[in-house]
Structure formats: C-alpha cells, structure tokens
Design a protein around this ligand. Structure first.
Ligand SMILES: NC(=O)C1=CN([C@@H]2O[C@H](COP(=O)(O)OP(=O)(O)OC[C@H]3O[C@@H](n4cnc5c(N)ncnc54)[C@H](OP(=O)(O)O)[C@@H]3O)[C@@H](O)[C@H]2O)C=CC1
Ligand SMILES: N[C@@H](CC=O)C(=O)O
Ligand code: NA
Length: 431
C-alpha cells in the first residue's frame, strides 16, 4: 500500500459534500486506523460552475468521468452521484481498472449488485455499499459480520427517511403531503426523483438488498411486493389514530421453511410498537435471528453527514483490506436458491375502510362475505355520516392469508351495498 490513499469522488451533492467534510475533519482518526493519509484528489460533478458548500482542499474538479476512471493514481472510487445504467458502466470500468469502489447507490446495487460484486472479486477489488441501506445505520455490516453466525428469519423496518418524515409531519402536525414532501427534498433526504421514495421503490430496493444478505438468497427488485404512501389520506391517519395505531411505510422480509416473502407497504402499527416511535428521517430495522432472537438497529436513514459516515466507514474497511492484502476476498455469493412464498402462505391482518349504504341488510351482506372467505374481525366500527345515506365501516381483521384477503377484496368491491372501498392497509405488530 502506498504512503497515501487517493480517492476519486463521483458526485458532490448531499452525500458527496458530507464525504469531503468527514474525510477532511476526521483525517487524524482515519490516518490512525489505516496508517496513512487519505486524500480526495479528483471530484466529478455535472456542473463545474456551481457553488459548493465545502472546501475540497485543492482536489481537481471535472465533469469528465474519464479523468477519474483512467487516473492510475486513484486507488478508490466513491460513487455518490446516483443513476443506474451509465453508473454501472463506469463502476465496471473502475473495477476492471483495479480500483476499489464504495457506493451509496441502492438503485444500482438492487439491480446489478451481484454482477458488480463478481467483477470486483475477479479483479481483486473491494465493493462496499453500507450507505445504500438505511443511511447511517450500519445494517449491512451487522448482517454480514455482527450476525454472521445466525440464521435470520425476519427483518422488518422503516428504511426510507423521506416517507417517514412525510408521515411523521402529517400525523404530528397535520401538514399537507405536498408541503412536507417539498421540505424533505430541501433537506436532502429525497431522491432526485422523489417518486422512488413516495411510491415505495427506494425502500423496495433496500429490502431486496437486505433480504439477499440476510437470507443469503438472490432476491431481486421484482420479488418485492411494493406499494407507496402517495394515496394515504389525512382521514386514514385520523382513523388509525382513533383505533390506537400509527402508520409507517414498512419493509418486511420473512423466511419460513426456506421460503421468503418481501414487501414494502404502508402499514398500521400499534402506537405502543417500538417502530411507531421512529420519527422524521430516522430509520429502524428489526432483525430476528434464530439464535440471537430480536435485535433492533436505529439511526438516521438519510441526510448528508449520517450517510457520509457510512460511506467513509466503508472507505476505512477498503483501506484496511488493502493493508492486509485481502482486497476482493471478503464477500461470498448467496448460499441458497431463491424460493418465494405463494399468496396462500403469506399471513397478515388488514385494515379496511368501506363506505356502505346505511340501510337494513348491509351489515349482514358484508359480514357474510367475510365469513365465506374465512376472514374474521378483530375490530369493527360503524360510523354514520351525518346528512348522508351512507356510513363508514372500519374493519381490522384477524390474521388471514393474502390469497383469502385478495379474494374477499374483489368480492367486496362488487357488492351492491358497498359504495366504495376507501382504503385498505396491512396491519402488523400486536397479536
Ligand atoms: N441523500 C441521502 O440522504 C442519501 C442518498 N443516497 C444515495 O447517494 C447517492 C447521491 O445522493 P445525493 O447526494 O442525495 O444526490 P445529489 O443529487 O444531492 O448529488 C448528486 C451529485 O452527483 C453529481 N452528478 C449526478 N449525475 C452526474 C453525472 N451524470 N455526471 C457527473 N456528475 C453527476 C451532481 O453534480 P452537480 O452537483 O453538478 O449537479 C451532484 O454533485 C444516490 O445514489 C442516493 O440514492 C443514499 C443514502 C442517503
Ligand atoms: N431518499 C432516501 C435517501 C436514503 O437512502 C430516503 O429518503 O431514505
Ligand atoms: Na447503512
């Protein structure tokens, strides 16, 4: 290893500025851990004229990727610019040029992680991506190292800071969805296209990464059932509150007898559930292991310095591997083949809000449909709407299979006495 480690930084936005700042402010601690100075020598941006809120210590700023990828002096590439197809090409080139890679890019890792990891190993290079899941929480490291002895059976958590920020502000302050989304963008939590956040795709990418690592099984984005928060209304949140629940965008990955389910969806949790107390851009992930039992990881899931901490910690790992001469030899591929559960094997409770005709016979028609689908009620509430001939019926079911629930939902939507199904959500936690 040379007397200095040189880093090429791709991207100088929210995360990139945090990386520059930590590397410069924590130089003494970094040098102590890795035994030599670390310097960002080149930085790639889109717009060289833009004002930057950090002093990048004489690093060369370029808008030409080749200035970084072909520089023989650069040992490690930190990719914090985002993007998928062209970024994949750039990182493949970097790895083939013998450069180690650290990335925060979950879009890329969820789609091309296995390919990139394979090419990294073939070229004796490291590829680390701690920041790609749950920002500053060391969740990937915990799964790969801290819990390496265990067999993980379930991971459940809040893995998107933007949507947690939005739901928190809507619930606690009654803010409008649009206003809070704008705030989350200004604070640097949201993706450049926030659709990925609010429609659950960002969380799905993270859950695919977590499931792949936790279950040692190649789980892809297409294997994740995804629903976002864009259709959640204030009245849904008010009903949840009245019933003793809060709403969170929950990522769930479960394994039973070698078969897995992975989902992301707005979910009701009892207010007493520990995940109900995770607010704003904070994330938390419960990990259940057969031997360890229940563990919970909590911390900031988005934002400049928290995310950059994960990136620079990966940088330290890469430098330690260089020093030990084990670069590219620390990662194994999945142990198991991917086996997904069928809908009749996926169990949950559900919340349903129905607008029904307020007339004799309605209640019986609704309840007999539930009974014929073997779905029973845990809670049932009928609220007449003043001045209208309709009432709202709120149901929380007992556990049922996704197959039964979907068949019931279809029949309910066809029933004459039901004007509309206003909303439906999964319910987790409790018994
Ligand atoms: N923000 C967060 O809290 C977190 C983000 N991430 C991930 O980190 C990555 C970066 O996110 P973030 O910092 O928020 O993004 P930003 O949009 O704030 O920054 C992106 C940076 O990359 C540069 N860039 C983008 N595309 C190109 C391109 N084609 N060529 C050259 N430069 C380019 C931009 O240049 P310019 O400044 O000139 O526009 C900018 O400096 C993403 O993959 C994101 O998903 C992961 C965890 C948390
Ligand atoms: N947009 C993401 C950023 C971190 O991954 C989020 O809001 O969690
Ligand atoms: Na992380």
């Amino acid at each position: 290893m040379s007397a200095e480690v040189r880093v090429g930084l791709l991207g100088l936005g929210t995360v990139g500025t945090g990386v520059v700042s930590i590397i410069s402010r924590h130089q003494e601690e970094l040098r102590h851990q890795v035994g030599c100075p670390v310097t960002v020598t080149k930085v790639l941006v889109r717009d060289k004229q833009k004002h930057r809120p950090v002093d990048f210590d004489g690093a060369f700023i370029t808008d030409d990727i080749n200035d970084v990828l072909t520089d023989p002096e650069i040992d490690i590439i930190i990719e914090v610019m985002g993007g998928v197809e062209s970024t994949r090409e750039h990182l493949l080139t970097a790895l083939k040029n013998g450069k180690h890679v650290v990335t925060a890019n979950k879009d890329l890792m969820a789609l091309y992680g296995s390919e990139l990891l394979k090419v990294a190993a073939e070229n004796g290079c490291d590829l680390y991506y701690e920041a790609s899941v749950a920002g500053g929480i060391p969740i990937i490291r915990s799964l790969c190292d801290g819990l390496a002895a265990d067999r993980i059976t379930k991971m459940m958590g809040i893995v998107n800071g933007t949507t947690n920020y939005i739901l928190t502000k809507m619930i606690q302050e009654g803010s409008s969805y649009e206003d809070v989304l704008k705030q989350a963008q200004e604070l640097g939590f949201a993706e450049s296209d926030p659709t990925a956040d609010v429609e659950g795709l960002d969380a799905a990418r993270k859950m695919a990464i977590l499931a792949t690592l936790g279950f040692s099984m190649p789980v892809g984005l297409d294997d994740v059932s995804v629903r976002g928060i864009s259709s959640v209304t204030k009245s849904d949140l008010e009903y949840c509150d009245q019933l003793g629940y809060t709403m969170k965008l929950i990522g769930l990955a479960k394994r039973d007898d070698g078969r897995v389910e992975v989902s992301v969806e707005p979910t009701l949790l009892p207010k007493t559930h520990p995940l109900a107390a995770v607010h704003n851009e904070y994330n938390a992930v419960y990990v259940y292991g057969e031997a360890v039992g229940e563990t919970m990881f909590y911390g900031p899931g988005a934002g400049s310095l928290p995310t950059a901490t994960a990136v620079v910690s990966d940088l330290v790992t890469v430098m330690k591997n260089m020093r030990l001469g084990v670069s590219g030899r620390t990662v194994q591929g999945p142990l198991h083949e991917r086996v997904l559960k069928q809908d009749n094997e996926i169990e949950s409770k559900y919340f349903l809000r129905l607008r029904v005709l307020d007339q004799a016979g309605t209640f019986q028609a609704v309840t007999s449909l539930f009974a014929s689908h073997e779905v029973s009620f845990e809670k049932l509430l009928q609220l007449p709407i003043e001045g209208e001939e309709v009432a709202e019926v709120i149901v929380i079911t007992h556990h049922t299979s996704k197959q039964n629930y979907e068949a019931l939902y279809k029949k309910l939507s066809e029933l004459d006495v039901i004007e509309s199904i206003e909303s439906c959500y999964r319910v987790e936690g409790g018994h």
